[in-house]
Design a protein around this ligand. Structure first.
Ligand code: DX5
Ligand code: ZN
Length: 555
């Protein structure tokens, strides 16, 4: 089975938007902690958790306990996306008579635990997990705790108890965002090491300062430490936890409070504050503008692709683009599914297989089974019926579905009916066949003529720019609507892949900030532009955004 990468990502996005909508309508609530755990909930709800929204008390369901109950907007938004109740009900958040309160409440079917009093959810989960053992039930208990509530002694009593009773049917997630209600956790009560100054990125940089895992290990838990915003890492950790016998598991997820909205990120102010209504459209646009970077390994040493994969991982790529060429659809030949299978054993990082092969319908199953997470086939070698077959097969395998068009190809009309469920569209900006070619400038025009079609046919997937993407043109590719960026020669072809990817992120971020400033200006003139800039109080963001606003004449 694939990771279901884009399916999870799209639902996380939907849930994040509902958090913003519901808290802004309520005028209060906790977006920061809802966003730090957004990917954890996404992996649970859309991949691992067993549940039935039409029968919330189904006996064999897994139990999800939100111990850090103040992040209830995050839980409720996912419950709505998952089908427990209509999304419109989120407009009643924190209102008298509503089932959706500031902390989860059992009057909302599907909620397992009243998380009003922090520090108690893990103890409750132990009771549920013990009961399941006694009753010989095989459902699993997943509990999300915060780092702020880890100051409570009860958490550590629970830690001792769960390991004494060998509760391997209990998995805890620590949403380690380094911020609690009043300030940085390492200043209030250090879980790792005391923080001197206000720069929490200091803690991120130096793994030798992370002590939280040691604490849990000494209490007898199986400890997994991951990046809590990377879907593949969360998913792999859950799988590992589920197969670890005789001990409970804690997955320590290093996260960013307010993740995905720049002005909320790492900012203690957004622990419990709702965004103003006039800022909401800007936040939604920012959420729609999340982007991914995917190096293409064929631009590296073809005799040592395993090493190229490792360079991508060290470079902090979001996923890896695998260009499969068969010597027929394009003259060159690269590798096939056997190579992908071999590479799969190295890492859980998502594999984005771009099949430049003729008759993909005959081979696509091999590529799914080899461990691809996204598979893109070319429109030039498909028709409605064969693409329909490919689409359904990939969805069954939890592999995201992509369609690619060559520079000379228009998006075929037969593809329109697939657009609402299509995950990725590659608009080639070189004639496929090799890396290192020049970007075809007409692609910009093509992209702008495509966007109304995509909109009209409810495409909510990601456009991937592929071919000749460089630091010089990546900003305009972003402005065209691309959200995933492939880089061969400009990333893998560089000595320092990590630095190259960092520069790409920087350029795309700059383009995104520009788009957001323009939107602010369009919606509320220079007042809104200034208000937007003023929200970015952490680090050097305000200066950088002000500079862009000045350069573009918006202030
Ligand atoms: C072109 C491939 C691209 C290409 C990217 O046939 O699909 O993925 O290798 O390499 P650059 O970025 O060098 O064009
Ligand atoms: Zn490609």
């Amino acid at each position: 089975m694939g990771l279901n990468y884009y399916h999870i990502k799209k639902n996380i996005l939907r849930a994040r938007k509902l958090v913003i909508k519901s808290t802004s309508v309520a005028g209060s609530g906790h977006p920061g902690g809802s966003f730090s755990m957004a990917e954890i909930l996404g992996c649970l709800f859309y991949k691992h958790l067993k549940f039935d929204p039409s029968n919330p008390s189904w006996e064999n369901r897994d139990r999800l306990v939100l111990s850090k109950g103040h992040a209830s907007p995050g839980l409720f938004s996912n419950m709505a996306v998952a089908g427990y109740f209509p999304e419109s009900e989120l407009d009643t958040l924190r209102k008298f008579g509503s089932r959706l309160q500031g902390h989860p409440d059992l009057k909302c079917p599907g909620v397992e635990f009243c998380g009003g009093s922090l520090g108690t959810g893990l103890s409750y989960s132990i009771g549920v997990a013990l009961a399941a053992k006694i009753d010989n039930k095989d459902h699993h208990v997943y509990t999300i705790i915060g780092d702020g509530e880890s100051d409570e002694g009860q958490i550590w009593e629970a830690a001792m108890t769960a390991s004494k009773y060998k509760l391997d049917n209990l998995t805890a997630f620590l949403d380690r965002n380094f911020i609690q209600q009043d300030s940085y956790t390492e200043q209030v009560m250090p879980l790792d090491e005391e923080l001197v100054g206000d720069d929490i990125s200091e803690m991120w940089k130096d793994a030798s300062r992370w002590k939280t895992g040691d604490k849990w290990r000494s209490f007898g838990w199986n400890v997994l430490e991951i990046d809590g915003h990377r879907i593949e890492q969360i998913s792999a950790a859950i799988e590992k936890a589920n197969t670890t016998k005789g001990v409970p598991t804690i997955i320590i997820c290093r996260t960013i409070k307010g993740n995905a909205v720049e002005h909320m990120e790492d900012n203690p102010q957004w622990h419990g504050k709702a965004p103003d209504l006039d800022i909401v459209p800007l936040i939604n646009l920012e959420l729609d503008s999340q982007f991914m970077i995917a190096p293409s390994i064929i631009a590296g040493d073809m005799t040592n692709l395993a090493n190229e994969v490792k360079r991508c991982i060290n470079g902090r790529a979001d996923y890896i683009h695998l260009d499969v060429m068969d010597g027929q659809f394009v003259p060159a030949k690269t590798f096939d599914h056997n190579k992908i299978k071999e590479l799969r054993s190295i890492t859980p990082i998502p594999f984005d297989s771009h099949l430049m092969i003729s008759e993909p319908v005959k081979h696509v199953r091999d590529y799914a089974e080899a461990g691809s997470d996204i598979i893109t086939v070319h429109a030039e070698v498909c028709d409605e019926s064969s693409f329909g077959e490919i689409h359904d097969l990939l969805k069954q395998h939890q592999v995201s579905v992509g369609l690619a068009i060559n520079p000379e190809t228009d998006l075929p009309e037969w593809s329109y009916k697939f657009l609402p469920t299509l995950d990725q569209l590659i608009v080639m900006s070189v004639v496929p066949g090799k890396s290192g070619q020049k970007y075809i400038p007409e692609t910009h025009k093509k992209m702008s003529s495509l966007s109304p079609i995509l909109k009209e046919h409810n495409f909510i997937g990601y456009v991937e720019a592929d071919g000749g993407v460089t630091l010089e043109n990546v900003g305009s590719c972003f402005e065209d609507g691309a959200r995933a960026f492939v880089g061969g020669s400009s990333m893998i072809g560089q000595n320092n892949v990590r630095e190259a990817i960092r520069e790409f992120r920087h350029e795309i971020l700059r383009a995104r900030r520009k788009v957001l400033l323009e939107k602010a200006h369009q919606l509320g003139g220079s007042d809104l532009v200034n208000k937007w800039i003023g929200l970015h109080v952490v680090g050097k963001k305000k200066e950088k955004i002000t500079k862009i606003a000045k350069e573009t004449g918006l202030i």
